[in-house]
Ligand binder design. Structure first.
Ligand SMILES: Cc1ncc(COP(=O)(O)O)c(C=O)c1O
Length: 309
């Protein structure tokens, strides 16, 4: 909390659980403190928020929902990076807007610099909570402790997990006092949430991450180095690579074909990457990655790209 906007934190075991907590808190706060009619949450197309029933409903991708209908009522999906669509979707039932500051699973999509600021203003104007899902983008991944810092805004609620425990399962929902005031003891809980073992791992992770800013600096330096190398690959393979984008060590290479065969070919050569949105290769190396590791990654990508022609 010391290093964030938040006053209160709720601990759980995963990113999906953190988002469940955020959805429940947003509904309870808005019903009790704004209007009993409010329960709807606006989320983005191509978003990813987890695989529990409410979070897969919040997720704006049908492939994660198929077979699990009926879905949870009260979610509206709008195009990401389109402020007018959010504006048009707000009704007297809306209670919150839930977004990833940078879409990960959606294909490493970075919004326009002003987008989140405008969303923040819209939320203020309509008394909506802004929930940011930083499960993937948080904990230094994009070169700042939290990705929303790139956009000069703060949310009312933020969810984190993944890197938080440095490999042990922990998630957290962080909130302002105002929003958190609607959760009373017993409203939400989980047996293992906040247990001393995983919290000790999270404390050690955060201390290491913030120690002299070293790891986040390293993430920025290595992210810049990797991006430069990928830009060179883009020049070398103009018919294959459409775009290289990202922040810090969350990078995407958009290609003109299905990415799965490339992911498989990289795996055969000992390099683990994945493909999101069908044709965006996503690279999320550890924050402690070294230049020599990046050189090897780029060599393998170059070899695989050459063979895919
Ligand atoms: C943005 C985002 N939110 C939520 C989740 C779900 O987290 P978990 O797998 O820990 O439930 C993920 C996982 O990939 C994610 O990327």
């Amino acid at each position: 909390m010391e290093n964030s906007f938040a006053d209160k934190v709720f601990f759980c075991n995963s990113g999906a659980e953190a988002n469940e907590a955020a959805i429940k808190l947003a509904r309870k706060y808005s019903k009790e403190q704004v209007s009993p009619e409010r329960f709807e949450i606006i989320t983005a197309n191509n978003s990813f928020h987890g695989r529990t029933l409410a979070t897969l409903t919040a997720t704006g991708q049908e492939k994660f929902q198929k077979g699990f209908e009926p879905l949870v009522p009260g979610f509206k999906h709008v195009p990401f990076n389109d402020i007018i669509s959010i504006h048009k979707s707000i009704t007297k039932k809306t209670c919150a807007v839930l977004l990833e500051p940078i879409q990960g699973e959606g294909g490493v999509v970075i919004p326009e610099q002003n987008y989140l600021k405008e969303v923040r203003e819209l939320c203020n104007e309509h008394n909506l909570l802004l929930i940011l899902d930083e499960v993937q983008t948080g904990m230094g991944r994009t070169g700042k402790l939290f990705a929303h810092e790139h956009f000069d805004i703060t949310p009312d609620i933020m969810t984190i997990a993944k890197g938080l425990g440095g490999g042990v399962p922990i998630g957290a929902m962080l909130s302002t006092d105002k929003a958190a005031s609607s959760f009373n003891p017993g409203n939400h809980a989980t047996t293992f949430g906040g247990n001393p073992l995983v919290c000790a791992a999270a404390v050690a992770t955060i201390e290491t991450l913030l120690e002299d800013g070293f790891i986040i600096d390293q993430c920025n330096r290595m992210g810049k180095y990797l991006k430069e190398k990928l830009d060179q690959l883009k020049e070398e393979f103009p018919n294959l690579i459409v775009d290289v984008r990202g922040k810090g060590l969350l990078l995407g290479i958009e290609i003109t074909r299905d990415g799965d065969p490339i992911v498989r070919a990289c795996l055969e050569r000992g390099i683990l990457i994945n493909c999101t949105a069908g044709n965006v290769l996503r690279l999320i190396p550890p924050l402690i990655v070294q230049q020599k590791d990046i050189n090897r990654l780029v060599d393998v990508l170059e070899e695989v790209f050459e063979r895919s022609f």
